[in-house]
Design a protein. Structure first.
Length: 396
């Protein structure tokens, strides 16, 4: 509803009225907190979410194709919309009962663990989630049901960790990424420390972003020490990721960025953004305004298995093997010499079927293909107890 531009104010008021009438209505509080996040009221949204999680930690999204044929337990972290994998999008239209169980730091569980066939660790890799991931690494060591996206492997998608893990793989270009404190960058900006001391052999321009930032928030290309000082003067955070900028524009002068999902190692196209600016996000790339861009994206999806995925088969296989997550996404591009340029590896990227069908008629069938593959993977890991039946999913 929010994505389509619906006015959520009446629904939000209805939810708040429900919560006021029934102080134990945790579901109303959780939904109201989500609406508040959409409206940019971050602090109040998280306060309301904390209130809901004091009442209960287990929420269920029932199968849209009852009766359910698979029960998935997703372990979640409190936080904003980027704190967890948006699994509700991936199981849309499936025979999956999705149980969301929030692990609240310092709080004892309020609910028993529900029965489930497979467990999926949905926490994103952030500084705040780090202690929870460490705790779950021990807690899930001998879990009786299959565990997907184990916590220790989630640690591998941190920007600096992923750049080290994927360094040197043939066919991959991933710029070295380091986590640095504000003081180190300030010394470089002041000229008291050379850039080479931070990233050996590196020259300007740099890409600088605050730790745990997403969607381009405070992400900038820094061309020299003056620009670095200007950046530090305007951004308050204390820790940053720093990497060299790689110019990835195509021969026509446009930049192309791809989102690819690896589902048990098999690649799937999720979207393609085309822009005249190097910092591409699908929503700011002007795809809805350009039939030519959409036609190219449609061709990319239609030819993906035999073209993009085949050309980068070795690189994609290596990413799957080294990161080790059953489900993970890649934001990437292609360099002039044909390598796969990796911007980010992350399992918590948004993969959805929310785009209007009249503008993007080619996307819904592709996204249903992704969703079927994801649900089938869940079923395979629950195979022994369920006889290996494929899960039915809604057709586009």
């Amino acid at each position: 509803m929010n994505f389509s531009g619906a006015d959520l104010t009446p629904l939000g008021q209805e939810l708040l009225a429900r919560a006021e009438a029934d102080a134990a209505d945790a579901c109303a509080l959780m939904d109201a907190a989500t609406i508040l996040q959409f409206k940019g009221n971050h602090d109040l949204a998280l306060a309301m979410q904390r209130q809901a999680l004091q009442l209960r930690q287990h929420f269920c999204l029932p199968s849209q194709l009852p009766p359910a044929q698979l029960r998935v337990l997703a372990l979640m972290a409190p936080g904003d919309l980027m704190a967890n994998v948006p699994l509700e999008c991936l199981v849309e239209g499936s025979a999956v009962d999705l149980h969301l169980y929030y692990i609240v730091p310092g709080e004892p569980p309020t609910d028993p663990i529900p029965e489930h066939d497979v467990l999926f660790v949905a926490l994103s890799e952030t500084e705040e989630n780090g202690p929870l991931l460490d705790h779950l690494h021990l807690a899930l060591a001998d879990w009786p049901q299959p565990v997907l996206n184990r916590p220790d492997r989630i640690r591998r998608v941190a920007r600096d960790a992923a750049s080290r893990i994927l360094n040197g793989i043939p066919g991959i270009a991933m710029p070295p990424t380091q986590r640095e404190a504000r003081g180190v960058l300030a010394q470089i900006a002041a000229g008291s420390s050379p850039l080479d001391a931070l990233l050996p052999g590196c020259e300007f321009p740099l890409i600088v972003r605050p730790l745990d930032s997403h969607a381009g928030h405070d992400l900038q290309k820094i061309d020299d020490v003056t620009a670095l000082q200007d950046y530090l003067d305007t951004v308050a955070q204390q820790d940053f990721f720093v990497s060299p900028f790689i110019d990835y524009r195509s021969a026509d002068g446009l930049f192309r960025k791809y989102r690819v999902a690896l589902i048990d190692g098999r690649p799937f196209a999720c979207h393609m953004g085309i822009s005249s600016h190097w910092m591409i996000h699908y929503l700011n790339a002007g795809m809805a305004d350009s039939a030519e861009k959409r036609a190219e994206e449609a061709a990319f999806m239609a030819s993906f298995d035999g073209d993009f995925a085949r050309r980068h088969e070795t690189a994609l296989r290596a990413i799957h093997e080294r990161i080790g997550l059953e489900y993970v996404c890649i934001d990437c591009a292609e360099t002039a010499d044909g390598r796969l340029l990796i911007f980010e590896v992350d399992h918590a990227m948004v993969v959805h079927a929310l785009d209007p069908v009249d503008i993007y008629p080619y996307k819904l069938p592709q996204m249903h293909k992704v969703f079927r593959a994801f649900c089938d993977m869940l079923g395979r890991y629950a195979d022994d107890g369920r006889g290996g039946r494929p899960l039915p999913t809604a057709t586009p």
